[in-house]
Design a protein around this ligand. Structure first.
Ligand SMILES: NC(=O)c1ccc[n+]([C@@H]2O[C@H](COP(=O)([O-])OP(=O)(O)OC[C@H]3O[C@@H](n4cnc5c(N)ncnc54)[C@H](O)[C@@H]3O)[C@@H](O)[C@H]2O)c1
Length: 446
């Protein structure tokens, strides 16, 4: 199929160039956020390489395999340059980014000292916070308002003030995991949501207030945590109406990243799975927050989804109907940000003979999450400048980065990392008017 039929440049429209400064508003200046900001500065100064970032290091094949044309993604699509990023953010503590990064202990002292003069300049704005939604935290650097509408207006005022200093703005949630909130009547339409803001509806958590403020200001919003936030009809509508792209939730970093690589492989070979036990120990503030059963439930729901969707037990009952999937996260302070994850996978093969796979991932949580946060920021800004993407609301092509992909109503989410990767790259080809790559390849044998 040719470019035009598949939606190439003619149908996709021309992507606007990334001119001027991109303002990045980060909700929650904790471990992930400070690792991202410090990392960007380290890369800008030539002190380190942006490893783990597809936007900075990835290439994209164009045309046939024999064409030998694989430019860097950042040379193919007009992304904001790292030198044009300007950071600000909110937190419930007054620590500047240097102090917060030092507290998080992800990056070593030597690196932080080199970056200190810059990191110290980024100071958090007072946050929208209520301990009801994050039981294990209590901060004082918090906005006061007569109701949730008032708080949303204060966030909007923060955005408007920041907009005066930069050319474009993106917001990303890198704050704590909130308690589990089920979608309610208040989430079903913009009108119901706005009424809920006036009435201080309990089903409106702080993350939704930030998201509402961003989307009403036409600012794309990414959600690094598993909170409900923009996964509601009201927010999807707002996103479309104001051409403010959104994507799924919860950075796909360690264990789920591995799961969405291994599970598709087992399924591709029609190997059965009877059990998948996943456990984690971690000792950072995120681990402390997740030690609260209500925040853990939000995370658990997000982590549980992937296997069911990948294995499709209704299509393959002989292989996956009885799969027992269990996830545990244990707060264990000595490990800090260095999470350790174990997976025990009970599989079975030919004639039902059982086998086991053990995965032991000694990872660094924020080192894995920071490049994902950066890529989401850069790609959401790109989506906002791409005529064929900006008013779609959900950017399903960014599922690649997220534990809980968001989809159009009635569509099941695609969790397979390699399908997600293909979808992402084909979306980039599409918006730039290049031929999509189907991997059919019959033409090489003509
Ligand atoms: N690191 C990973 O691998 C990973 C993966 C997936 C998701 N996440 C999620 O990313 C988020 C950040 O993780 P982290 O390790 O940086 O946690 P963290 O605890 O170090 O940082 C979170 C920060 O958010 C602040 N905060 C909490 N509520 C706030 C609010 N309402 N407004 C403004 N600030 C607020 C906290 O004070 C804290 O500084 C968590 O929700 C975590 O579950 C992390």
């Amino acid at each position: 199929m040719g470019t035009e039929e598949q939606g190439g440049q003619k149908t996709a429209g021309k992507v606007e160039q990334a001119k001027g400064k991109l303002g990045v508003m980060v909700v929650g200046l904790g471990a992930v956020a400070t690792t991202m900001i410090a990392g960007v500065e380290a890369v800008r100064r030539g002190l380190a390489k942006p490893i783990g970032s597809l936007t900075q290091m990835g290439t994209i094949r164009l045309g046939k395999r024999t064409d030998n044309k694989s430019p860097l993604i950042k040379d193919f699509v007009p992304l904001a340059d790292l030198n044009d990023l300007v950071f600000t953010g909110w937190d419930i503590f007054t620590d500047n980014v240097y102090e917060s990064a030092a507290h998080a202990k992800v990056l070593d002292e030597k690196t932080l000292e080199q970056l200190k003069p810059y990191l110290e300049t980024i100071k958090p704005l007072p946050a929208v916070f209520d301990q009801y939604y994050v039981k294990r935290l209590n901060g004082t650097h918090v906005k006061k308002g007569k109701n949730k509408r008032d708080l949303a207006n204060q966030v909007k005022a923060d955005i408007q003030a920041f907009k005066k200093t930069v050319d474009r703005v993106v917001m990303i949630w890198c704050a704590s995991t909130e308690i589990f909130i089920a979608p309610a009547a208040v989430h079903q339409s913009i009108e119901a949501f706005e009424k809920g803001l006036d009435n201080d509806d309990i089903a409106i958590a702080p993350s939704q207030i930030y998201a509402y403020a961003a989307l009403t200001e036409g600012v794309p919003f990414a959600n690094g945590a598993p909170n409900l936030t923009v996964d509601t009809p009201a927010m999807i509508e707002l996103s479309k109406r104001n051409a403010a792209p959104i994507c799924g939730k919860d950075f796909k970093t360690g264990q789920t990243f591995m799961k969405t690589v291994l599970a598709p492989a087992l399924k591709a070979r029609m190997l059965g799975v009877s059990g998948w036990f996943s456990t984690n120990i971690l000792g950072n503030r995120d681990g402390e927050v997740l030690d609260d059963p209500q925040s853990f439930k939000t995370k658990e729901e997000s982590k549980l989804g992937s296997l069911d969707y990948i294995f499709q037990p209704e299509l393959y009952p002989d292989l996956y109907k009885d799969l027992y999937h269990k996830i545990r996260i244990n707060y264990y302070p000595p490990r800090g940000d260095d999470k350790e994850a174990w997976d025990n996978i009970d599989i079975f093969g030919w004639l039902g003979y059982p086998m086991q796979i053990k995965v032991n991932f000694l990872c660094r949580d924020s080192i894995l999450a920071a490049p994902i946060a950066l890529d989401l920021v850069l790609f959401l800004d790109l989506a906002k400048r791409a005529p064929s993407l900006r008013s779609l609301g959900i950017q399903e092509w960014l599922s690649f980065y997220l534990k809980s992909p968001q989809t159009a109503a009635g569509l099941y989410p695609e969790h397979d990392l390699f399908i997600q990767s293909m979808k992402l790259k084909n979306t980039l080809r599409h918006i730039m008017g290049a031929d999509l790559i189907t991997h059919l390849g019959l033409e090489y044998y003509d």
